[in-house]
Design a protein around this ligand. Structure first.
Ligand SMILES: [Zn+2]
Length: 174
């Protein structure tokens, strides 16, 4: 994705993982969400109360998942209209993370394993938004332990659920 803002040397900083997750948790709390799947339309509506932000499908070819354009008064997120819905949901959540976290760096390909601080933060935001830890824990403790079923319930890819379960050390509980 391309950000029309100056590039900053963010590689030297460490990711604000706690801050990114908290931002997502606050949104979930403000929206009173206590059941998956998280509906991104509702999240976007909430964000639009405070920001002039448009989110729309875009023809982006095969290499780009999403882009974010930030202007003086308005911002836009475009997601690749040709990709699977799960990928689109993660992309929108990820770009929303970049936007709300005030990232100004140039976008890189979406990579869950990225070590670049801005990308780590955006991924952590997206994961907490789409697969809130509290809900995931309560599902697993309640006996819903099949990643395939969890992916369906949270409307995310199986890859995303596996990654999340590993990240949150929930993998030993399933
Ligand atoms: Zn990114």
């Amino acid at each position: 994705m391309t950000l029309l803002k100056p590039t900053m040397p963010e590689e030297s900083l460490s990711p604000r993982v706690g801050h990114a997750r908290k931002l997502a948790r606050n949104l979930i709390a403000e929206l009173n969400i206590n059941q998956p799947p998280i509906l991104l339309d509702d999240v976007i509506k909430r964000v639009r109360k405070h920001h002039d932000l448009s989110v729309f499908p875009w023809e982006l070819g095969t290499q780009t998942d999403g882009i974010q354009i930030s202007g003086e008064n308005m911002s836009a997120i475009g997601y690749n209209q040709s990709q699977h819905r799960h990928r689109q949901r993660f992309t929108v959540a990820h770009e929303l993370g970049h936007f709300l976290l005030g990232h100004t760096s140039k976008e890189r390909p979406l990579d869950l394993e990225s070590k670049v601080p801005d990308e780590v933060e955006a991924n952590q935001f997206a994961a907490e938004l789409l697969m809130p830890l509290a809900l995931l824990k309560s599902d697993i403790n309640g006996g819903q332990k099949q990643p395939k079923m969890l992916a369906k319930k949270y409307d995310v890819s199986e890859e995303a659920i596996w990654w999340r379960l590993l990240e949150c050390r929930l993998i030993e509980k399933i």
